[in-house]
Design a protein around this ligand. Structure first.
Ligand code: AMP
Ligand code: MG
Length: 275
């Protein structure tokens, strides 16, 4: 059993869950393992695409600087961009706001043979929306059940769902903001507004805690990943995804019919061309 999985029907306290852990692994070994897992993931994705049966949805949530972008780069770096899509959920457009909050989400869920990664997701509608009172409590309160029902629909229709909450400490976030300022290649990511969000840290933690407690289900579990150390975060996420995909028991499609006949035809063509 994955120790970071939040069991349905149990209550966790985010404060009690580690933001820093190395799982007893040396960093160099962890990086080597990740390199292997990335290749495995790439092979599994190819199989998924070829089989054209399963759908996989991966949700990434976490505070600013928790490493959502960087996880995608490191874990999916080896994967063929065909058959994998990433969606970033930003502030809703006026048109999106005219619809229910799951409207823009449902359109972007994976089709057969696809892996879709949500960089932020419908969970923003019980996080930032809740913290900033963008809708009334009576409205966001209902969303946990709505989301569970929505994800159950996706799962019943053949979508495997994995949700990762990238858990970092407030101290680590400050260091990462500083690193963004200091490194010219990262500076573009620095947004002074993010520092204002930091003022709401505890409100966010309360909202995240309710989120994982109320929406970790058998069909769409949350994994709260210690994310203060990037290499360990990447390793655990890659391992979790690879294990899950391996258990899907996928098969390459059946062999082409009349393969011997076509082999004969092609061998003749090759022979002719080489004359
Ligand atoms: P970024 O971190 O650059 O991807 O910024 C995306 C911003 O959009 C974040 O501040 C999110 O909180 C915000 N956002 C995403 N979804 C929603 C939503 N449903 N309602 C309000 N803000 C959102
Ligand atoms: Mg941002």
């Amino acid at each position: 059993m994955n120790p970071y999985r939040v069991k349905p029907e149990t209550k966790v306290r985010l404060d009690d869950l580690p933001t820093r852990s190395d799982g007893g692994i040396e960093k160099a070994d962890g990086k080597a393992q990740l390199a292997q897992l990335s290749v495995q993931l790439s092979d599994l994705q190819e199989l998924l695409y070829a089989e054209h049966k399963q759908k996989v949805l991966i949700v990434l949530q976490g505070m600013d600087t928790s490493g959502k972008d960087s996880t995608i780069r490191h874990v999916f770096g080896e994967v063929n961009p065909q058959g994998t899509k990433v969606f970033n959920f930003k502030q809703p457009t006026p048109k999106e706001l005219d619809h229910d909050y799951l409207w823009r989400v449902h359109q972007n869920t994976p089709g057969k043979g696809e892996i879709v990664i949500f960089n932020r997701s419908h969970y923003e509608d019980v996080l930032v929306v809740r913290v900033h009172d963008l809708v009334a409590k009576s409205v966001w309160e209902k969303r946990y059940d709505q989301i569970n029902a929505f994800e159950r629909l996706l799962a019943q229709e053949g979508t495997t769902i994995l949700k990762f909450c990238l858990h970092i400490s407030k101290e680590e976030q400050a260091e990462r903001f500083l690193a963004r300022l200091d490194q010219p290649s990262k500076r573009w990511k620095f947004n002074p507004g993010d520092l204002e969000e930091r003022e709401y840290w505890q409100d966010y933690m309360d909202a995240y805690e309710d989120m994982v407690n109320r929406t970790s289900t058998d069909w769409a579990p949350w994994y709260v990943i210690p994310s203060d150390q990037k290499w360990y975060r990447n390793l655990v996420i890659a391992e979790t995804i690879v294990k899950k995909l391996e258990n899907l028991d996928m098969q390459f499609p059946k062999e082409v019919p009349d393969i011997e006949k076509y082999r004969g035809i092609l061998e003749e063509m090759v022979a002719e061309e080489s004359q």
